[in-house]
Write a protein that binds this ligand. Structure first.
Ligand SMILES: Nc1ncnc2c1ncn2[C@@H]1O[C@H](COP(=O)(O)OP(=O)(O)OP(=O)(O)O)[C@@H](O)[C@H]1O
Ligand SMILES: [Mg+2]
Length: 365
C-alpha cells in the first residue's frame, strides 16, 4: 500500500467518518462485483475515486518469459474478443473454476489500481436464490487481499438505493420499495429500516435480454443484411437508448467479400427497451407488489406513498424513470412516483462505501 493511500482523508461531508480520526483507521471502501461491470469506490483527498471496469479477463503468454499474463476489463474485451471471459456471466460464480477466474480478475483490478489492503470493505451483493453461487462469491470476497480490517456484505439493491435517498444513510432508516434493473436479473424488494422484505428476482426481464432483442431487431430492420453480436447490441443500447430524445444512428459493417455497408437504425433499440419497460412494470405490478401487499399490507401502503427507487445499469437510460413511473401508475391505477440515483451504474458501490464509512466510524472492525 502506498503512503498516499494511507494518508487519504475521509470525505469531510460525511462527518461520522471523522469522529475517530486517529489516522490509523482502515479506509472504507465499497465494491460491487457485477456480471457486466465491477465498480469500486474509494475515498481520496476531498472526494472519491471510482474504478469502473468490465468484469472480464483474458490471459496470454509472455513471449519472452513464457509467464502467464492477465488482462482485464475493456482492454481484454477489445484486444482478445476471441477468448475474453466474463467471469460472472450468470450473475454469480456458478462453480469453483468460475470463482477462481473471478478471484484472478479481482486481484488484478486491485493490484493495477492500488486499492488499499488496510481497508474496511462493504460488498454489494445480488439477491439471488442460489446458495452455491453466493458461497462462491463469498470465497472470492474473503480470499481477496483487500478488507484486512473488515469485510461485510449487504444487498446490492439496498446499497444502490442509498445515494438516491439522501447524502448519508437515510435509506437505512426508511421504508421503501426498490427495483434493480440489472444485466442478468430484475430484482425487487421492500426495505424496512434496512430489513429486506419479500426479495423478488426474475431472470426473464434483463439487460442481457434487451441486448439479444436489439440484435434480432437489427437483423429484421436491415432485412437480414446486418448481424451484430450481443456486445455491439449492448453498446448500441448504452450509447443510443433514450426515451426523451432518441435519434436514429448509423453504423458501418465490413462485407465478407470486401467493401463496407452503411446502415441506419431507427427502431431496433427503442422497440427493445420499450418492451423491457412494459415487462418490468408487469412483473412489479402483478408479481412482486401483490406478494408484498399480501404479507405486509402496511409496509406496502407506506412504501407506495414514497418514491420507488430504481437502481442498476438499465436505470441509466434517459427518461426510463419517468416512463416506468407513468406505466406503473397506469397499471396500478394509482399515482406512484419513481426516482433513481444520479449515477445508477455506480450507486451500489457508492452506497456500500457509505455503509463501510459508518462501520469504521462505529469502530466495528
Ligand atoms: N448508460 C447506460 N445506458 C443503458 N444501459 C446501461 C448503461 N449502463 C449500463 N447499462 C446496462 O445495465 C446493465 C448492467 O446493470 P448492472 O451493472 O446494474 O448489472 P449487474 O449488477 O452487473 O447485473 P446483475 O446484478 O443482473 O447480474 C447492462 O445490461 C448494461 O448494458
Ligand atoms: Mg446487479
Amino acid at each position: 500500500m502506498s503512503e498516499a493511500d494511507a494518508e487519504t482523508e475521509a470525505d469531510p461531508e460525511h462527518e461520522e467518518a471523522e469522529a475517530g480520526g486517529d489516522g490509523d483507521e482502515p479506509i472504507p471502501i465499497g465494491v460491487k462485483l457485477g456480471s457486466t461491470r465491477t465498480v469500486i469506490t474509494i475515498p481520496e483527498d476531498d472526494g472519491f475515486r471510482t474504478i469502473k471496469t468490465l468484469t472480464c479477463l483474458a490471459t496470454y503468454e509472455d513471449v519472452i518469459t513464457g509467464e502467464e499474463k492477465v488482462l482485464y476489463g475493456e482492454e481484454a474485451a477489445t484486444e482478445y474478443p476471441d477468448r475474453v471471459q466474463y467471469t460472472l456471466r450468470s450473475g454469480l460464480p456458478e462453480d469453483e473454476s468460475r470463482a477462481e477466474l473471478t478471484s484472478t480478475f479481482f486481484e488484478e483490478v486491485i493490484r493495477a489500481n492500488d486499492v488499499p489492503e488496510d481497508s474496511a470493505v462493504v460488498y454489494a451483493i445480488p439477491t439471488i436464490d442460489n446458495e452455491r453461487g453466493l458461497e462462491n462469491l463469498q470465497s472470492v470476497i474473503e480470499g481477496s487481499s483487500i478488507g484486512e480490517a473488515l469485510i461485510r456484505s449487504y444487498p446490492e439493491s439496498l446499497c444502490g438505493s442509498v445515494p438516491a435517498l439522501g447524502d448519508g444513510l437515510e435509506a437505512v432508516d426508511d421504508i421503501f420499495v426498490t427495483v434493480n434493473l440489472g444485466s442478468t436479473n430484475l430484482e425487487a424488494s421492500a426495505y424496512r429500516r434496512g430489513e429486506q422484505l419479500i426479495p423478488f428476482t426474475t431472470g426473464a426481464v434483463t439487460g442481457n435480454e434487451v441486448d439479444r432483442m436489439i440484435a434480432n431487431y437489427v437483423e429484421e430492420e436491415t432485412q437480414g443484411r446486418v448481424n451484430i453480436d450481443n456486445t455491439t447490441a449492448r453498446e448500441y443500447k448504452e450509447n443510443h437508448a433514450d426515451f426523451v430524445d432518441f435519434e436514429p444512428f448509423t453504423d458501418v459493417i465490413q462485407q465478407p467479400g470486401g467493401g463496407s455497408h452503411e446502415f441506419t437504425i431507427e427502431r431496433s433499440v427503442m422497440d427493445a427497451v420499450d418492451e423491457y419497460v412494459d415487462d418490468a412494470v408487469e412483473e412489479i405490478a402483478n408479481a412482486f407488489l401483490p406478494e408484498l401487499a399480501n404479507d405486509y399490507i402496511k409496509v406496502y401502503q407506506l412504501a407506495l406513498d414514497r418514491p420507488i427507487v430504481l437502481t442498476g445499469g438499465m436505470a441509466c437510460i434517459p427518461g426510463i424513470v419517468e416512463e416506468f413511473e407513468k406505466r406503473l401508475s397506469e397499471e396500478l391505477q394509482r399515482e406512484v412516483e419513481a426516482v433513481a440515483p444520479d449515477e445508477p451504474a455506480k450507486s451500489a458501490a457508492v452506497g456500500a462505501q457509505r455503509i463501510a464509512e459508518r462501520l469504521v466510524a462505529a469502530d466495528a472492525y
